[in-house]
Design a protein around this ligand. Sequence first.
Ligand code: CA
Ligand code: ZN
Length: 301
Amino acid sequence: MVHKLSSDHYIFSFAKENKPALQINSGDEVEFETMDCFANQICTKEDKLGTLDWERVNPATGPVYVNGAEAGDVLKITIKEIQIGDQGVVATGKDLGVLGHLMEDLYAKVLPIKDGQVIFNSKIAIPLNPMVGVIGVAPAGEGISCGTPGAHGGNMDTKLIAENAVLYLPVFVDGAFFALGDLHAAMGDGEIGVSGVEVAGKVRVKLEVVKGKKTKNPLVQTPEVTATIASASTLDEAAQIAVEEMANLLQRTTPLSIAEIATLMSAVGNLQVSQVVDPLKTVRFSIPNPILASYGVKLGS
Ligand code: CA
Ligand code: ZN
């Protein structure tokens, strides 16, 4: 069953108090229509970052109540299809991002998207890597702004969360209260200027409740790699969590000793930066899928 959810149903924080926009069964698909991270406020040359309503940034479409999801379960999200609009927005400026101290004004530009490329200027066309920036569930306690990443997912800005990826999130409250938004037509690791190529679009996902498996933090599997994702105040802390989560996963699913796991992860694993510009920073630790396949490890089934 495929449900459709329009971008009229949006949230600015992941919270169990939000009213569900849709209630579905495990195994159903949902096509989410999404606004861009500026709630589509910048559409023409005349629209400026300076007059933006900052109360209306990072909307996520949802939330969706998944029947049968209970605290302690895992929500398996298969990204079936991402469709993006025909123009994107890039933004940066004074005090924004890693280079914010070198700028005096705010800057935003609308870029056309044509023939599988973002037209950056007359000389540079950027290949698309469409991805989902904000994707998550409601946390157990107080709501968390859609601009902040965490164990519940949220604004992870992780390039691997793209078509054909499967994301696993811990469920904290009954129903999960899943939502997503903040698509990027293209983004590089780090998102150093504070935005990717922000774009409105549609994402079709399959949502499944997985019982009897646990994850403390988000986990993503692409056709090539499996990665733990962690967010913390510093990159060092986030790195420590992402690495330990992968070591835990390998300890639970293989007979390898911790020394063997450490040497294996050191030899084939990649510690990578997802983003450094959100309220918490996000890193991931990825290993090639054939490593897990050697031990017949299947996530979420
Ligand atoms: Ca984002
Ligand atoms: Zn974004």
